[in-house]
Design a protein around this ligand. Structure first.
Ligand code: 5GP
Length: 121
């Protein structure tokens, strides 16, 4: 895999507003926030989509959720509630092919979370 914009963020080749880092993951503010808090939590390992997660990645992917909960507690919105979502592929609107959790918080979030991008025939 050749790497995406997120590889450049991991390697500090482009700037980002990093809020958490450890040996295997990184969390930073989304450049186009869809809520008062909009963070992206990524593994440092390059995995393109959910379809590419291997059994051996289970602990790593679970770790991303642990980071989400930690950030929610540390940033003070754990009790108010928040949303964690990972898009997969074109129909879900995935634009960066390096898996990432979106962590959205800071306001009541509507459900369902999507607007239908396909016009009905
Ligand atoms: P996706 O649509 O793939 O689920 O989400 C990709 C997210 O990455 C989008 O919410 C988009 O705003 C964010 N994003 C794309 N490029 C950059 C960037 O260069 N920096 C940051 N911080 N976020 C980015």
């Amino acid at each position: 895999m050749s790497g995406t914009i997120f590889t450049k963020i991991i390697n500090r080749e482009i700037p980002s507003d990093i809020v958490y880092e450890d040996d295997v993951s990184l969390a930073f503010k989304d450049i186009n926030p869809q809520a008062p808090v909009h963070l992206l939590i990524i593994p440092k390992k390059e995995i393109a989509t959910i379809n590419d997660i291997e059994e051996g990645d289970s602990e790593l992917v679970g770790h991303l959720y642990w980071v989400a909960g930690k950030l929610a507690r540390d940033m003070g919105f754990a009790d108010d509630g928040y949303r964690v979502v990972m898009n997969c592929g074109e129909n879900a609107g995935q634009t960066v092919f390096h898996i990432h959790l979106h962590l959205l918080a800071g306001k009541p979030l509507g459900w369902p979370p999507y607007t239908d991008r396909m016009k009905k025939a």
